[in-house]
Design a protein around this ligand. Structure first.
Ligand code: SF4
Length: 352
C-alpha cells in the first residue's frame, strides 16, 4: 500500500504519547525501556524505567551493579529472566564494547536476551537504521489492514509478517515509521473494540471492510496452563525466619522465597502433615503450627499456582531445619531481599 507509512506517521505526530524513552537517542536507555516493556504495560513499566535509569544512568553502572540489587529493583515486574538477561547483557556491553552500546544490528542482536524485535527497535530508534520491527501491535495492525490470516505464532506467519513489514518500512525515517506503527497498534488499532469509525486507515482496512476486526490476528496455539500446588513453610523462631534462594531452573530463579514443598495435586492438611517431605523438613524439631493460610492463587502466563503458607514456630532453633541454599535471616530484614510477587502479597497481608 502506497500511503501506509505516510498515514501512520501523520497519525503518530498528532497522537503519540510523550514517553521519556522517546525523548532520547541513548541506545542504552532505549534498550532498557524495551526490556521493561516486554510483557508489561506502559503505565506499570514507567516507574521501573525511571528507577533503573536513575539508579544506573549508564550501561557500565548497570554492568557493575550487584545482581541482588538489580533483582530487588525489578521486584514486582515479573518475568525475572528479563532482569537476569539485562544484567548479563550490560556486562557484555561493558566488556566487549568498552561500555559503548553497539550500533550495528548484529552486535545488538548478539547481546543476551535481545531478539530480532528488540535489535530492530534499538537499531532504528537510536541509530535510524532500516530494520522493521514486528511486535504484537505490529502483527495486529498488519493482519487487520492487509487481511492476513496466517497464524502469527507459526513459522510461516512470522516470516510473512516480517517480509511485509520490511517492504512497508520507510527507509528514510525507519525509527519514526516503526514507532508510528507500534503506537498505532497500542492506541488506535487496539486488541478489543478499536474505534474504527475514526481510524485514518479505515478506507484501506480489510478487517474493517469484511467485519473481521475481532477475528484478526489469528493465533494457532492455545497456551497450555499448568496447575501447581505450593506449600510454603514459614519457619520462625523468636526473631528469625528462613528464606530460600531459588537456584533451580524454574520460575523465579535467583529470587528468594520460603522453604517449599510442592505437591502434584492439592492435598488436605492431614495428608500433608503425614507426607515424607514434611517430616524430612521438620524432622524431630519440636514445633507448633501457628497458622495455615487460605490458598493464594497466583497466575503466570503458563502456570497457575495455588499456594498455602504454613507458619511454623520451631522451638529448638532454626539451624536444625536449614540446609543450603536456604538461609536464616532476621524477620525484619526480609524486605531487603528480592521476592516474587506471590511472597510480597503474603507479606503485605501479614502486615495488615
Ligand atoms: S479500521 Fe479498525 S481494524 Fe482497521 S486499522 Fe483502523 S482501527 Fe484497526
Amino acid at each position: 500500500m502506497k500511503h501506509f507509512s505516510g498515514i501512520l506517521t501523520r497519525w503518530y505526530s498528532q497522537h503519540r504519547r510523550d514517553l521519556p524513552w522517546r525523548a532520547t537517542k541513548d541506545a542504552y536507555l532505549i534498550w532498557l525501556s524495551e526490556v521493561i516493556l516486554q510483557q508489561t504495560r506502559v503505565d506499570q513499566g514507567m516507574a521501573y524505567y525511571l528507577k533503573f535509569a536513575n539508579e544506573f544512568p549508564t550501561v557500565s553502572k548497570l554492568a557493575k551493579a550487584d545482581n541482588e540489587k538489580v533483582m530487588k529493583l525489578w521486584q514486582g515486574l515479573g518475568y525475572y529472566s528479563r532482569a537476569r538477561n539485562l544484567h548479563t547483557a550490560a556486562k557484555m556491553v561493558h566488556e566487549n564494547f568498552k561500555g559503548r552500546f553497539p550500533s550495528e544490528y548484529d552486535d545488538i542482536r548478539s547481546l543476551k536476551g535481545v531478539g530480532e524485535y528488540t535489535a530492530a527497535a534499538i537499531a532504528s530508534f537510536a541509530f535510524n537504521k532500516p530494520y522493521a520491527v514486528v511486535d504484537g501491535n505490529v502483527y495486529r495492525v498488519l493482519s487487520r489492514i492487509f487481511g492476513i490470516e496466517t497464524p502469527i505464532d507459526s513459522t510461516q506467519g512470522k516470516k510473512e509478517f516480517q517480509q511485509l513489514a520490511n517492504g512497508l518500512l520507510d527507509k528514510k525515517e525507519p525509527g519514526t515509521h516503526n514507532q508510528a506503527v507500534m503506537e498505532f497498534g497500542a492506541m488506535q488499532c487496539r486488541p478489543v473494540n478499536p474505534d474504527c469509525a475514526v481510524c485514518p486507515m479505515n478506507t484501506h482496512c480489510y478487517a474493517f471492510a469484511k467485519k473481521k476486526v475481532q477475528e484478526l490476528p489469528v493465533k494457532a496455539k492455545k497456551v497450555k496452563v499448568r496447575d501447581r500446588f505450593f506449600n510454603y513453610i514459614v519457619l520462625k523462631s523468636s526473631e528469625h525466619t528462613v528464606i530460600n534462594k531459588r537456584v533451580e531452573k524454574d520460575i523465579w530463579t535467583n529470587l528468594y522465597d520460603f522453604p517449599l514443598i510442592e505437591t502434584p495435586v492439592e492435598v488436605n492438611e492431614e495428608d500433608f502433615l503425614a507426607s515424607g517431605e514434611w517430616k524430612k523438613l521438620i524432622g524431630k524439631n519440636s514445633h507448633v503450627i501457628r497458622s495455615v493460610s487460605a490458598p493464594y492463587k497466583h497466575v503466570l502466563s503458563h502456570q497457575k499456582i495455588y499456594a498455602r503458607f504454613w507458619e511454623v514456630e520451631c522451638r529448638q532453633g532454626l539451624e536444625k531445619v536449614v540446609s543450603a541454599p536456604a538461609i536464616i535471616i532476621k524477620q525484619k530484614d526480609i524486605h531487603k531481599y528480592a521476592v516474587p510477587r506471590l511472597i510480597e502479597n503474603y507479606l503485605e497481608e501479614k502486615e495488615k
